[in-house]
Design a protein around this ligand. Structure first.
Ligand SMILES: [Zn+2]
Ligand SMILES: [Zn+2]
Ligand SMILES: [Zn+2]
Ligand SMILES: [Zn+2]
Length: 431
């Protein structure tokens, strides 16, 4: 059902449950008989068909191929970092299968085989059936608790999807929940990794699946969430006109449910920034004031607020109070991320990157000299932290400390090098 195009001519196919032509052995889908025949004779399907069937059918085979592709990429990207290390689960090295790490872990912690991470996630999800917000160990490191990033994240979510397709469950209901979660994780990871069109295709397939099964009544939270996900992807693709009717629908549904929840706030903010992009700034501001009346510590609301202000800034319509508010929110977000995840975790880096990018764009937009100066000095601080980070990593490898256990960048000391520059020294305990 995620294979939403004809295997031969790539024409879009009706998605889940609808009547596209299928190979009777392996379930590869086609737009019609002509394509199916051509694919068998000239497209190499005659040679692949058996193999695909053995792999659990077209969908599972495709997921496995995607897993392998991402796994190879992850292993090669992590080769340097994991050299001479061992897997924290099975304690073996990289002899049979390369090692990876794609989270906030440092030193020698969090290094593992992808297959061990997959095995662990499979076991941990069994207790989670039917509970919302679970299946998280397909996306999160069990050691540091942070989201996986990059190829490691992609590999794990494809593995999750494949598992949902081939694992057998006593109840059809359970299987359906696992498949919905699999599609959900996949669409989120694809979006985070910048694969927006793929993410939209997966989400549409999920919507069809929801409508075809009895798990979601029209207008249910599952359905609204999926539509919102499509909106976010359309936004990233700058297809704002297309996003507008969908986000309006989601917003109305959230209002009807609970106007004062964090979910409503987040939806309202997505609506706000879509309006800003379509130059309906006043409408966006009214909506913002209506919903953001108190401070929130919901990380998604905060992220959506940041995006709203960034849209105002890049459209050149931001006011002075809005500029100040944006800066304050982003600074708080950095502080909280650092407290929760340390100074070098992916979430902290994302928050810092967001603040630095905003300040860079906001240069010159502040009217008051004091505000402008404080923004500039904050930016310089952030830039030098990024610089320090680079220097520290270089220093670590020169000193052969790549696998050193402590790497909290806050502990490193910046010392003048006597020639007007700065050198960075590791924490005393590491020397
Ligand atoms: Zn075709
Ligand atoms: Zn076939
Ligand atoms: Zn292992
Ligand atoms: Zn970790």
């Amino acid at each position: 059902m995620l294979l939403t195009t004809c295997a031969c001519c790539a024409a879009p196919l009706p998605t889940y449950g609808a009547g596209a032509k299928k190979c009777s052995r392996c379930s590869t889908r086609y737009c019609g008989q002509a394509c199916q025949q051509q694919h068998w004779k000239e497209g190499g399907h005659d040679k692949l068909c058996k193999k695909i069937k053995r792999g659990g059918g077209a969908e599972a085979y495709h997921a496995e191929e995607k897993y392998k592709e991402a796994a190879a990429e992850a292993v090669s990207a992590c080769a340097h970092e994991t050299k001479d290390q061992t897997c924290y689960m099975c304690t073996a090295g990289a002899e049979k299968e390369g090692l990876v790490r794609g989270c906030g872990c440092r030193g020698d912690s969090g290094i593992a085989h992808l297959s061990c991470l997959v095995q662990q996630a499979k076991i941990l999800q069994e207790n989670d059936v039917g509970v919302q917000g679970t299946h998280e160990w397909w996306r999160k490191c069990k050691v540091c608790g942070q989201w996986f990033e990059g190829a490691v994240a992609r590999a794990l979510t494809w593995a999750c999807w494949k598992h949902a397709l081939v694992a057998s469950y006593p109840e059809k209901y359970e299987q359906n929940i696992h498949q919905i979660m699999g599609m959900h994780l996949l669409s989120c990871t694809l979006r985070n990794e910048g694969c927006h069109s793929e993410s939209i295709a997966v989400t549409r397939a999920k919507l069809d699946f929801l409508q075809g099964s009895s798990h979601a009544a029209p207008g249910s939270s599952f359905e609204i969430e999926a539509k919102e996900h499509i909106v976010l992807n359309l936004y990233d693709l700058e297809r704002y006109e297309e996003a507008l009717p969908l986000i309006r629908e989601c917003y109305a549904a959230e209002l009807a449910r609970d106007a004062d929840s964090d979910v409503s706030r987040r939806t309202a903010l997505v609506y706000c920034r879509t309006l800003v992009r379509l130059k309906r700034v006043n409408q966006a501001r009214v909506l913002y004031r209506k919903h953001i009346t108190r401070q929130t510590d919901d990380i998604d609301v905060e992220r959506a607020q940041v995006d709203y202000f960034a849209a105002l800034l890049s459209e050149g319509v931001i006011s002075q109070p809005e500029l100040r508010e944006a800066k304050r929110i982003m600074e708080e977000r950095c502080k909280r991320a650092r407290q929760a995840h340390g100074s070098d975790g992916p979430e902290t880096r994302e928050a810092k990157r967001g603040l630095a990018a905003f300040l860079r764009d906001a240069k010159g937009a502040f009217d008051s000299p004091a505000d402008a100066e404080s923004a500039l000095s904050l930016l310089a601080e952030l830039d030098s932290a990024v610089d320090a980070d680079r220097h520290i990593r270089q220093g670590m490898s020169v000193l052969n400390l790549d696998g050193a256990p402590v790497l909290n960048l806050d502990d490193w000391r910046a010392v003048p090098d006597g020639e007007g520059g700065t050198i960075y020294l590791p924490p005393k305990s590491n020397i």
